[in-house]
Design a protein around this ligand. Structure first.
Ligand code: C2E
Ligand code: CA
Ligand code: CA
Ligand code: CA
Length: 277
């Protein structure tokens, strides 16, 4: 009788958890995920186009739900931005980078990891103390951590200027993410203290096609060169796209042509393989 009682108790407990989760709104589910720290990072290698070497990665957050499924950021980052949960998620990603890749970063000082910031992280400057605390006593150099900010974070342009300038003073590199997809363009570029510009995948997709945006990449490259910014092209899927970028002197690229985003150990292995040249 006892085994049966235990079995039933377990069944009811499981059912209760399942029901309570099921009743949650998306916002409630996200709140619970933040509380339970259900986030991890995968790392997409960034390649130096001239040499093919791996020079680092972008950290891309994933939400691992209790059932083991991985949720892609497109499905929860917008909600996190709206509900104010983006801050704790950014913090979590920063911690994951330190834990996942600390050894690798200490072994090779030339490697860097780029972390995406939410709009609130930038406008409020809250990311500054978070990074300082997370990196203290880890042996990771500030220049090994790059921060990516999208134009959503530049609505409060003075706040953004202040945060980006402070990040740079500490030795971090700053990059504008998804460049060209917003309404800003050159106006922001000139006013913001940034080191690099990431060309959005949508423009790379259009390279060599008849799409109306097929020449945007050309203009972005010219603009970046004028302002002496480094360029990272994202979403590179074909050798033709890579050749196009290489020909125009674009320094860095990431995309499925080189590698998808990888779990930490696989990224470390990829990177080690790709540096021995
Ligand atoms: P993003 O920053 O523009 O990141 C690039 C996205 O393109 C990633 O999707 C990446 O997996 C995908 N991608 C890279 N190369 C290729 C390719 O060759 N082909 C195709 N089809 N896709 C490629 P992911 O990981 O789903 O991230 C989506 C977006 O979510 C990111 O866009 C970024 O805006 C946001 N995000 C990701 N991680 C974080 C994070 O830690 N914090 C914040 N605030 N946002 C994040
Ligand atoms: Ca990230
Ligand atoms: Ca990014
Ligand atoms: Ca993008």
């Amino acid at each position: 009788l006892l085994p049966l009682a235990l079995f039933l108790a377990g069944l009811f407990a499981g059912l209760a958890i399942w029901l309570s989760r099921r009743r949650l709104s998306p916002r409630g589910e996200l709140a619970l995920a933040v509380r339970n720290r259900e986030f991890l990072a995968h790392y997409q290698p960034i390649i130096e186009l001239a040499t093919g070497r791996c020079i680092g990665a972008e950290a891309l957050v994933r939400w691992r739900r209790p059932d083991g499924s991985l949720v892609r950021p497109d499905l929860f980052i917008p909600l996190a931005e709206e509900t104010g949960f983006i801050g704790p998620i950014t913090d979590h990603v920063v911690e994951r980078v330190v834990d996942d890749l600390g050894d690798l970063l200490r072994r090779d000082r030339r490697l860097h990891i780029a972390i995406n910031l939410g709009a609130a992280d930038i406008s409020s400057g809250r990311i500054l103390p978070v990074l300082e605390a997370a990196l203290a006593d880890t042996g990771i150099e500030p220049q090994q951590i790059w921060l990516e900010a999208t134009e959503r974070g530049f609505v409060d342009i003075e706040g953004a200027r202040h945060t980006l300038a402070a990040l740079r003073r500490r030795g971090h590199m700053t990059a504008i993410d998804d460049f060209g997809t917003g309404y800003s363009g050159l106006k922001y570029l000139q006013r913001l203290p940034v080191d690099a510009l990431k060309i959005d995948k949508s423009f790379i997709d259009a390279v060599g096609t008849e799409a109306p945006t097929s020449h945007v990449t050309e203009h972005i490259i010219a603009m970046a060169r004028e302002l002496k910014l480094r360029i990272v092209a994202e979403g590179v899927e074909t050798e033709a796209q890579a050749a196009y970028l290489r020909q125009r002197g674009v320094g860095f690229a990431q995309g499925w042509l080189f590698s998808r985003a990888l779990p930490p150990e696989e990224f470390a292995a990829f990177c080690t393989r790709n540096r021995k040249t």
